[in-house]
Design a protein around this ligand. Structure first.
Ligand SMILES: [Zn+2]
Length: 350
């Protein structure tokens, strides 16, 4: 956090004008994995994280009247829009029961509402009510199987965010926006979603959409690559309880002034890839020359598991050949000559 410093930012008049002309569309992906949040309970509950996130969203909306936001939950059962609400959604019907379930998940028993409906600015209230209502519905619909799952649909949520941004910016009637994505992640293992996650990264790279990652727990190799490839910010929080401060300090920066701000991000990126067959991160592996599929080991039938290309048996022999190890010969012991002169101190001659 010490590196977060905007004192050297030199803001010209044209840049400020540019920021006003092009509002920001912020796509927020919230990882709602119940198992991961239960492990994080002592440091930060889901309810506290949502409260911090709503403060951050309201701050983002207040920066520019035309700023927009989309919030997507990456749950174990799939990705779901929290805001804007899906057309078929009517959270008002089940909002009361939903609040109970969110409190139950966060372990709190207080009766105070997350937001005060009477005194809130209308735009803030719409977003807050939609996010809390839809999240409550999602949590209350959890089954025993979904709660035990350790995998969140992060790649699906990223895809939803990218397609929503593309739809807004492709619509000629809509105002063109600078877009960026913030991923609040708590689950560690994403190796089974390597291919869809990398596809999302390439799509974001092509559309110049930075992916910022706020990591509350665990460490995911591919998310480091996502932020590095798209010029985003990757921050692993040492103190998750101060989430709102991290969000407001490091992730509220407008893309227009981003080049002038010295942000704290992780410099050492782990560029390892995952095996397409075993779904594990590999240090050294083989790559199919046709489809670029990564394998920790070539399958026994000698063909690519993705595109079915049959490899040259001679080339496979070379790959599977065990490395030559040169065995050092032990030096032979010299046999003592029997007829040699005796070694030792000669006895004194009287
Ligand atoms: Zn292949």
């Amino acid at each position: 956090m010490n590196a977060v410093d905007d004192t050297h930012a030199s803001l010209g008049g044209s840049e400020r004008t540019g920021s006003d002309e092009h509002p920001t569309l912020l796509g927020i992906v919230l990882d709602t994995n119940p198992t991961a949040w239960a492990e994080l309970e002592n440091k930060l509950s889901l309810k506290e994280a949502v409260e911090s996130l709503l403060i951050f969203i309201n701050a983002h909306l207040s920066l520019n009247n035309a700023n927009r936001v989309a919030v997507i939950a990456a749950h174990t059962t799939g990705a779901k829009f929290l805001y804007p609400k899906p057309p078929s959604s009517s959270f008002e019907n089940g909002s009361q029961s939903g609040h109970t379930s969110l409190k139950a998940m966060s372990g709190t028993t207080g009766t105070a509402n997350i937001f005060d409906r009477q005194t809130m600015y209308r735009q803030f209230r719409e977003v807050d009510e939609a996010v809390v209502g839809e999240l409550d519905r999602l949590v209350s619909s959890a089954t025993e199987k979904s709660v035990r799952s350790t995998q969140s649909a992060v790649s699906g949520a990223l895809s939803l965010a990218l397609t929503y941004i593309n739809r807004v910016n492709s619509n000629e009637d809509e105002v063109k926006t600078h877009a960026r994505i913030l991923l609040v992640s708590v689950s560690g293992d994403l190796s089974s979603q390597y291919i869809p996650t990398m596809n999302c990264i390439f799509a974001a790279q092509k559309k110049r959409i930075p992916i910022d990652v706020c990591k509350l727990a665990g460490d995911t190799v591919f998310l480091q690559q996502a932020s590095d490839s798209t010029n985003g910010t990757y921050m692993k929080l040492d103190h998750p309880r101060g989430l709102v401060q991290y969000l407001l300090s490091a992730f509220l920066v407008d893309p227009a002034i981003l080049p002038h701000v010295n942000l704290s991000t992780q410099r050492d990126v782990d560029f390892r890839a995952a095996c397409f067959v075993t779904k594990t991160v590999v240090d050294i592996g083989c790559v199919c020359s046709v489809c670029l599929c990564i394998m920790s080991k070539v399958p026994a039938d000698g063909s690519c598991p993705m595109c079915g290309t049959v490899y040259d048996p001679q080339a496979l022999q070379k790959i599977n050949r065990k490395p030559m190890v040169i065995v050092k010969k032990k030096p032979k012991k010299k046999k003592a000559k029997l007829d040699s002169t005796p070694v030792g101190t000669p006895s004194p001659i009287p």
